[in-house]
Design a protein around this ligand. Structure first.
Ligand SMILES: *Cc1c(COP(=O)(O)O)cnc(C)c1O
Length: 390
């Protein structure tokens, strides 16, 4: 029997699962190549934190490596350790820093590069980041307006001066993070870029990095030496709704468990939402425990935020609205428009994918594609396309 990587199919078997995910690794690779071309002459890294945005660290990392990606970012040290087991030669940065002295050994063993965000991170790495005679590489994060992680510009200046004398650190990257890159007209990005130029001057020998996915599309002066796309690799729009140049990577579908013919005035789901008309309802075996957010519940449900219309699924050529509340394991879709007998048990409703753009579904649920992907969970059958040769 031909060798098949263990991730070609994962999760529960198709006939035992309530939904299925198709993850197209060829589309992922194409998205990486597009972002790399857009980033040139800067190099494109890949952000694979949170299990590669919920899509599976190992298959995603292998596909990106095969597509030519050599530098990766994760959020947490344990994610870096897991990635090292997959990619022995990659350069791996850890955004959230060192945490504690006890973590330094794990950074050494897995050859992880900490992003130093604070004085505490700096002190730990100055004391414990040595490899015999030499300080191991690190990255320095300077805050330019997020006020989340990172050194102040003043602290970065003293660090650069001190380090020029002591050589206690070997920074190989200086980075910052944009707060508003997904709204291209926002003047905040350019303000941050100006501060970042001042940071780059402090570390003239060191490579620099500013852009997430959306930042890559703000203009060439933002690109610096290394870009850090995440969501756009996975098919989310990096251009804030102005068309999406990325290929679809993830298709999420829910199995139809039952079809009901209901009358006007009948009620559906928790809270008993009344139906305004006679309806055909497809009951599907995916719910909020599978990342189909409760906030995607149908129009007229009191708990919904005031956002436009219902979230929609897609089946047999039609967009179909969610009906009533999304529950933990089940979601109802109104398939009346398809007519009687059009939808059968065992059919699948596309939750998002080529026919239902993920960004539209996220917006209807009052959230973003990032949150839909990272909450997919482990109950779908997963089919990875294009992974056979990795
Ligand atoms: C998550 C993250 C990224 C990737 O952002 P996307 O918007 O998904 O491209 C880049 N940089 C930092 C610091 C991050 O936390």
């Amino acid at each position: 029997m031909a060798h098949r990587p263990p991730y070609t199919n994962t999760g529960p078997a198709p006939h035992l699962a309530g939904g299925r995910l198709t993850i197209d690794l060829s589309a992922l690779a194409a998205n990486y190549r597009l972002l790399a071309a857009r980033s040139a002459p800067a190099e494109a890294a890949a952000v694979v934190k949170a299990d590669a945005y919920g899509l599976g660290l190992e298959p995603v990392a292998r596909a990106l490596w095969t597509a030519g990606c050599r530098r990766f970012f994760v959020a947490l040290p344990h994610e870096g350790v897991a990635l090292r087991a997959v990619l022995p030669e990659a350069q791996i940065f850890v955004f959230n820093g060192l945490f504690a002295v006890e973590a330094a050994a794990a950074y050494h063993d897995a050859r992880l590069i900490p992003v130093l965000n604070s004085q505490s991170d700096i002190s730990i790495w100055e004391a414990h980041g040595w490899d015999g005679e030499h300080p191991r590489p690190c990255a320095v994060h300077v805050d330019t307006g997020m006020n989340r992680l990172g050194l102040t510009l003043e602290r970065a200046r003293t660090l650069a001066e001190e380090n020029a004398l002591t050589g206690a650190l070997t920074p190989n990257l200086v980075m910052s993070h944009l707060a508003c890159a997904d709204t291209p007209d926002n003047p905040m990005s350019r303000k941050q870029l100006e501060l970042f130029q001042a940071v780059r001057v402090l570390f003239p020998e060191t490579e620099s990095s500013l852009c997430n996915s959306a930042g890559i599309f703000l203009g060439d002066d933002f690109l610096a030496d290394l870009t850090r796309p995440g969501i756009a690799l996975y098919g989310g729009s990096p251009t804030g709704g102005n068309g999406n140049p990325m290929q679809v990577v993830v298709t999420a579908e829910a199995r139809v468990a039952q079809v009901r013919q209901l009358r006007a005035g009948d009620t559906v789901s928790y809270g008993a939402t009344p139906l305004a008309r006679d309806s055909i309802v497809a009951v599907c075996s995916v719910g909020y425990a599978d990342g189909y957010h409760r906030a995607a519940s149908g129009a007229g449900v009191p708990l919904r935020r005031a956002v436009a219309g219902s979230a929609h699924g897609f089946i047999h050529g039609h967009k179909v609205p969610v009906l009533g509340r999304v529950t933990m394991d089940l979601t109802l879709f109104d398939v009346t428009a398809l007519g009687p007998d059009a939808v059968a048990v065992g059919d699948h409703v596309e939750l998002f994918g080529p026919n239902m753009p993920i960004d539209q579904v996220a917006e209807a649920a009052g959230t973003i594609a990032y949150e839909l992907l990272t909450s997919l969970g482990g109950r779908y059958h997963r089919n990875y396309l294009g992974g056979e040769s990795l």
